[in-house]
Design a protein around this ligand. Structure first.
Ligand SMILES: Cc1ncc(COP(=O)(O)O)c(C=O)c1O
Length: 379
């Protein structure tokens, strides 16, 4: 029995947050903490962005909710805006609620379209906690999976091993699912050559390539998606987290040849594609584009790479604001010491990587603050 009635499933940091503004959290005891983690990559626009708030208020007055049985202009606008933002021929959008749900639907479609029963994933991957998404998550079976069996056969590819691709991805494979820049693993960019090899092998074997951009997508790499950064056109792409920049939502984007298989009732959800979510998706794309935030992410990510290899940091990895600071000492200690200096960063599955998932509205002065804090820590 817990005294606060919450399921005791989360380790929690020693911060008592009461509100937030811009890129700062304010705690009950009056501290102002620079948030470089953004609630697991969600708060892409920081907090209380005036145009995000205006979109929320406007839509809440106009129409709070209607299901997908009712055609809505705001939903059509959000889908169009998102498809244009993504490019890569991903012209059809299915809205969902969470990253795991988007992946679940992508996998279901791939299995159905191909009539095959094997899915290939990459070592280190994280795709979510539902039955299908958990089945393709590296290490889940040993740690928390909980279902008696996976809903399909799963094989994992060693990360970066080009030769293994042809061996493991074959004409029995329905889908390859990959995070182009792995998040939970510690900001690991799979790299253009590896992703291009996956794309080529999927095309050769008529396998669906699903890119999971739940964490690395929606501008986080400094490009609309990591797929655009690396010039890879997937058959399906999933995204969430920064998509609503704080409003819970997710999306599955599909190429035409995938969408061609869809008919009424094949996919569905109550909350996915609700008008509030759609108004915020539209606003998020609009803000990213009109405020030049992709260029800001690229510029400041470069500044982090060029200045933050100080103190305990030996290297910087990842892409854009999915940044991994490789540390000589345990990342958990460095994270704790940064928090003592009023900077919130994350950790990852790699015990020597501090994960930075900064808001796209970050400024140079904040990178200087991070650099100075790191430089003040024992190496
Ligand atoms: C790459 C990736 N895919 C899927 C998920 C699952 O998303 P959700 O927690 O919204 O189900 C996550 C969450 O961390 C993620 O990082």
């Amino acid at each position: 029995m817990t005294t606060d009635h919450l399921a005791p499933v989360y380790a929690q940091w020693p911060v008592d947050v009461v509100d937030a503004e811009g890129v700062h959290l304010r705690t009950r005891d009056g501290r102002r903490i620079l948030d470089l983690y953004g609630g697991h990559a969600v708060a892409a626009l920081g907090y209380s962005h005036p145009r995000w708030r205006a979109a929320l208020e406007k839509q809440s007055r106009a129409l709070l909710f209607q299901s997908n049985a009712v055609p809505l202009e705001v939903r059509t606008r959000a889908a169009t805006r998102l498809a244009h933002f993504a490019g890569q021929g991903l012209d059809t959008v299915f809205f969902a609620n969470t990253g795991a749900e988007a992946n679940e639907n992508a996998l279901k479609l791939a299995l159905r379209i191909t009539g095959r029963r094997k899915v290939v994933a990459i070592e280190g991957s994280f795709h979510g906690r539902t039955a299908a998404a958990g089945a393709v998550t590296w290490g889940a079976a040993k740690k928390w999976y909980g279902f008696p069996q996976a809903p399909f056969d799963v094989e994992f590819l060693p990360r970066g091993d080009m030769d293994a691709i042809a061996r493991v991805v074959d004409t029995d494979t329905a889908a390859v699912i990959a995070e182009p820049v792995q998040g939970v693993a510690g900001a690991v960019d799979l790299g253009q050559p590896y992703l291009a090899a996956l794309r080529a092998r999927c095309s050769e074997t008529c396998t669906q390539l699903i890119l999971d951009e739940v964490q690395c997508g929606m501008g986080r790499t400094g490009f609309p998606f990591a797929a655009s950064m690396h010039g890879i056109a997937p058959d399906m792409l999933t995204t969430a987290k920064a998509l609503g920049a704080g409003f819970p939502c997710a999306a599955l984007l599909m190429a035409d040849h995938v969408a061609a298989h869809l008919k009424t009732d094949d996919l569905g959800t109550t909350f996915g594609g609700g008008p509030m979510a759609c108004a915020l998706i539209e606003a998020v794309v609009d803000i990213i584009e009109s405020e030049g935030l992709l260029a800001n992410v690229r510029r400041l990510a470069r500044q982090i790479r060029e200045t933050c290899i100080v103190g305990p940091v030996t290297d910087v990895q990842g892409a854009g604001f999915l940044t991994g600071l490789r540390t000589r000492r345990p990342a958990r200690d460095v994270q704790r010491e940064l928090l003592e200096r009023d900077i919130l960063a994350g950790t990852s599955a790699d015990p020597n990587v501090v994960r930075i998932l900064a808001p796209y509205v970050l400024e140079e002065v904040h990178v200087v603050q991070l650099r100075d804090a790191l430089a003040s820590l024992p190496a």
